[in-house]
Design a protein around this ligand. Structure first.
Ligand code: SME
Length: 173
C-alpha cells in the first residue's frame, strides 16, 4: 500500500526521468546487497544472527536509510529488535502508526510523508518517509515487521518494497 501525498499524484516528466534513474541505481544496489546477504546468512542457522546481519548491511549500504530495524510481536506487544540508527521507541502503542498498520493488513506499507500519516509514531523527529514490510516465520506466519525510515520525503518506492520483501526471506532460508 502506498500512502501518496503529492497533490495531483503525478510528477512532471523531468521528475519522472530522474525518478527512473534513481530506480535503476536502486535496483543495482539491491542486487549487489542481495547477493552479499545470501552468502552471509549461510554462516549461521540462527534467525536472530541473520536478522542482525541483514540490518547492519542494509543500514550501511543504503545511504538514505536513517533508521533500519525489526519490530517483533512479543506477548502481543510490538517490541523493538535488532536495529541501527538513533535510539527508537521500545514498544509501539497497539494498533497505532505505520508498523501496526503493515502488521494488521499483512502488507507492505510505503509512506511518502510520515507527517501526513494519521497516527504515525515519531520515535525521531528527523524521519520524513518510511517503509514497513511484514516479516514472516518459516511457517509463513507474520511475526513482526521490518521498518526503515528516511530523513527525506518520498525515499521509498515499489523497488524498495520488492527487494526488502525478498531479503526478509533469507532469514528462514
Ligand atoms: N514510525 C513507526 C515507529 C517506529 S520508528 O519509526 C523507529 C510507526 O509509526 O509505527
Amino acid at each position: 500500500m502506498f500512502i501518496r501525498t503529492r497533490k495531483d499524484g503525478s510528477p512532471k516528466s523531468g521528475v519522472r526521468r530522474k525518478e527512473k534513474m534513481e530506480e535503476i541505481k536502486k535496483e543495482g544496489r539491491y542486487g549487489r546487497i542481495y547477493k552479499q546477504l545470501s552468502e552471509l546468512v549461510l554462516k549461521s542457522n540462527n534467525a536472530q544472527a541473520r536478522m542482525s546481519t541483514i540490518i547492519a548491511v542494509l543500514h550501511h549500504k543504503m545511504d538514505y536509510f536513517f533508521w533500519t530495524g525489526f519490530y517483533m510481536i512479543e506477548d502481543g506487544k510490538m517490541t523493538v529488535n535488532a536495529y541501527q540508527g538513533p535510539v527508537a521507541c521500545q514498544i509501539l502503542e497497539k494498533d497505532k502508526g505505520v508498523c501496526w498498520a503493515a502488521f494488521n493488513k499483512n502488507e507492505t506499507v510505503v509512506v511518502e510523508d510520515v507527517h501526513a500519516f494519521p497516527g504515525h509514531i515519531a520515535c525521531d523527529s528527523r524521519s520524513n518517509s518510511e517503509i514497513v514490510v511484514p516479516f514472516k516465520n518459516k511457517m509463513g506466519k507474520t511475526i513482526g515487521v521490518l521498518d526503515v525510515d528516511s530523513s527525506t520525503k518520498g525515499s521509498f518506492s515499489e523497488t524498495d518494497a520488492k527487494w526488502l520483501e525478498k531479503i526478509l526471506e533469507l532469514v528462514y532460508l
